[in-house]
Write a protein that binds this ligand. Structure first.
Ligand SMILES: NC(=O)c1ccc[n+]([C@@H]2O[C@H](COP(=O)([O-])OP(=O)(O)OC[C@H]3O[C@@H](n4cnc5c(N)ncnc54)[C@H](O)[C@@H]3O)[C@@H](O)[C@H]2O)c1
Ligand SMILES: [Zn+2]
Ligand SMILES: [Zn+2]
Length: 371
């Protein structure tokens, strides 16, 4: 079939809207009509070259939609099912999945390649070239073909143009705080960077019972949003946060700091490490330039205070359990999804959407590829 998608041909250039040719799903694959597609900063890292993954590529990994056709051997999904994409595959059978570490599913080794996991070829073509899919999904399109390992069936009553948000922002942010950071009721936590990911670290921290929950962002609108989503304090810089946490905890410092600023730096890791106290956890969720190799921190604090530095992919979550669970929380008014969407876009407004994100104007932008 012919359909439309946002394609990145060259690093540093804009996304272009293209007519693409889409093959039917092969064994283990499904054809999905996309209804909602969130604009996450990770796609911007591919565009800017912080993450120099191979091109040309269809962007988008925070997606939801309706299954239109299933390939051979697909038993867990059928045409008409409402689904949310998991941007890490979760086969459910490998060593990682079996140990309750679905975000680290062994199929993750195909994520950067972007061709179909089943046979290493592409179902998406344009101008005579095979296209790759960002995180194996390509949700910036009207239709896509993806492996069933990345597809989570959800209940029909949840609006799809909202459900997409759990596919990255919610599960990553909340999970970074609660799963990776192991925040407990009564703990003190800091979130550095209040975008689509950070706001959900705030939301998760508030739900898990943080006593003091400090949000850091240079943009005033983001600080206001953080307070509305449950932060107890909001400041413009990590320096202010450090002084504030010192005062609030009488020098004990934070239990968890989650780094969710748009582009991480080695220097920020050191600053965040100085914000945690004994056995405190610094969670690195944001992406760094792939070439960065230096981190500044005081290693003796790792020993004397048992401080810990932890990476977090997809919030250390189990998407097959957690995506439906988050939508249950939404249904019962315990997870705010509607308030995450500042602005909606059409497919051909994608570059405007990313401009708004980089200008700090939106908590999350969501695109409706069907118009
Ligand atoms: N680990 C994962 O699984 C995973 C998943 C999704 C996204 N990410 C990454 O998480 C990061 C955040 O993504 P997002 O979509 O929320 O981005 P975003 O652009 O929506 O938000 C980033 C926020 O950081 C703020 N910021 C910038 N510099 C800052 C500083 N020095 N101090 C405090 N705040 C600062 C910005 O004002 C902005 O509000 C990105 O690097 C993204 O690639 C990681
Ligand atoms: Zn994302
Ligand atoms: Zn697996």
């Amino acid at each position: 079939m012919d359909t439309q998608a946002a394609v990145l041909w060259d690093r540093g250039k804009d996304w272009t809207i293209e007519e693409i040719q889409l093959d039917p799903p092969k064994t283990g694959e499904v054809l999905v009509k996309i209804v909602g597609s969130g604009l996450c900063h990770s796609d911007e890292h591919i565009r800017s070259g912080d993450l120099p993954w191979p091109l040309p590529i269809i962007g988008g990994h925070e997606g939801s939609g309706i299954v239109e056709e299933v390939g051979e051997g697909v038993t867990g999904l059928k045409a008409g099912d409402h689904v949310v994409f998991s941007f890490t595959p979760a086969c459910g059978r490998c060593r990682s999945c079996s140990r309750g570490m679905q975000s680290l599913c062994e199929l993750g080794r195909y994520m950067a390649d972007g061709y179909q996991m089943s046979d290493g070829t592409s179902r998406h073509h344009c101008r005579g070239e095979d296209l790759r899919l960002l995180l194996l999904l390509g949700a910036f399109s009207q239709h896509t073909v993806v492996n069933e390992a990345n597809v989570i069936k959800i209940d029909d009553d949840i609006p799809l143009d909202i459900a997409c948000l759990v596919g990255c922002g919610v599960i990553t942010g909340w999970g970074s705080m609660v799963n990776t950071g192991e925040l407990k009721a009564g703990d003190t936590a800091v979130v550095v960077g209040v975008g689509g990911i950070g706001i959900n670290a705030v939301q998760g921290g508030a739900a898990a019972g943080a006593e003091f929950l400090v949000a850091v962002d240079p943009v005033e609108f983001k600080r206001e949003q953080a307070l509305a989503f449950g932060a107890t304090h909001a400041v413009a810089s990590s320096e202010e946060a450090t002084a504030l946490v010192q005062e609030l905890t009488k020098g004990q410092m934070a239990d968890v700091v989650v780094n969710t600023m748009g582009l991480g730096t080695g220097e920020q890791i050191g600053i965040s490490m100085s914000m945690v106290g004994k056995r405190g956890r610094v969670v690195v969720t944001n992406l760094h330039n792939a070439m960065e190799t230096e981190v500044s921190l005081n290693p003796i604090e790792l020993v004397l205070y048992e401080k810990q530095l932890r990476g977090s992919l997809y919030g250390s979550a189990n998407p097959r359990v957690d995506i439906p669970r988050f939508l249950d929380l939404y249904r019962h008014g315990k997870l705010n999804l509607d308030g995450l969407v500042t602005k909606r876009y059409q497919l051909d407004q994608i570059n405007d959407g990313y401009g708004d994100m980089l200008d700090g104007k939106v908590l999350r932008g969501v695109m409706s590829p069907q118009g």
